[in-house]
Design a protein. Sequence first.
Length: 277
Amino acid sequence: MKQLLVAFDFSQNSHTALQYAINFANKTRAQLGLVWVDNTNTPDNLLNIDYELRIEIKDHFQEIEKRYGPMLEHGKLEIILRKGKVYSEIAMVARKLEADLIFTGTHGVSGYEQYWIGSNAYRIVTSAPCPVITIRGDYECRGCVKKILLPIDSTPETKQKFPFAAGIAAFFDAEVFLLVVYNSPISVIRKRMYSYAEEAHKFLEERGVRHSITEIDADKISSSILAYAAEIDADLITIMTEQGTTTASKFMGPYAQQLINNSVVPVLSIQSGQYEI
């Protein structure tokens, strides 16, 4: 990894995302950027106020640099200010910087978040040109990733999680927990899912990544994944999200959103087409 990006709006959620991203930057020696987006529509007669807002935001970021800059072991925080739609501007910055990973906060399903992170988190995930890690504001950053939960479903897209998860596991010397979640009695589908798990086993074994395989039957996919994450005390859950036309999957669309909204641990979302094996 060379470039990490944090969506920042001064909320507690974004502070937690920044702390989590700093851990990744220190492990990977990557550069770390913070992007703030002015998403207000400013009339011409209020341009002076718009200018004053930018000046005030820069002052606030100076405080952020003083607080978090010393935590970085390599490089320094790059502050980026943009104006427009939050998710599209963050996506454009990520493309320009060729970001490897974006971090953004999420307030989950409870409470109202007055800043833009909460309402834009899922749009950032689905619009980003690279994987995104979403983190709740109340998550306690441990400083490392030791257990990565990687659910396996019945679609070919599920295999696209393997390379990125393996890369993170290698950086942190983490263990990957492969979870085969059966939600169909059809033997052909079950065999296909386990064959994907065996591919993951081979992929991780060749790269020296510690891992295990667990099989469960579940009617409620999302809640079963989250329950298993709690059981193993996972530090990160890796899922696929929908982008364009892909094979229908329980881990895309609404199911991905359920996991992002309800997970108490960070969720790494990878879009179909970003990685192939």
